[in-house]
Design a protein around this ligand. Structure first.
Ligand code: FES
Length: 85
């Protein structure tokens, strides 16, 4: 863990990769570690990857917020999670 925004590469217990986590964020609207656990299975073993996963979620949220402030930016994908429509 180097503390950078790119620290999370994969969950070594489950094999879930950074790309799979980001896909779950974009396509399924995951915004918390618990949602990522439900959708991808990441961070359901020893849980030492949790801080890196949280950091990745924060960075993604910050990027989405920055995109929302730019009028020419493409819209964020719809939130398709159950109960969030
Ligand atoms: S490394 Fe992710 S749960 Fe163990």
């Amino acid at each position: 863990m180097d503390g950078s925004l790119n620290a999370f590469e994969r969950c070594y217990c489950t094999g879930v990769t950074r790309a799979e986590v980001l896909r779950a964020c974009v396509l399924q609207g995951c915004r918390t570690v618990e949602e990522l656990q439900d959708v991808t299975g990441a961070c359901t073993g020893c849980r030492t990857c949790r801080p890196e996963l949280e950091q990745l979620l924060r960075a993604r949220t910050a990027c989405a917020a920055g995109r929302a402030m730019r009028p020419d930016a493409p819209a964020a994908p719809p939130d398709t999670r159950e109960g969030h429509r």
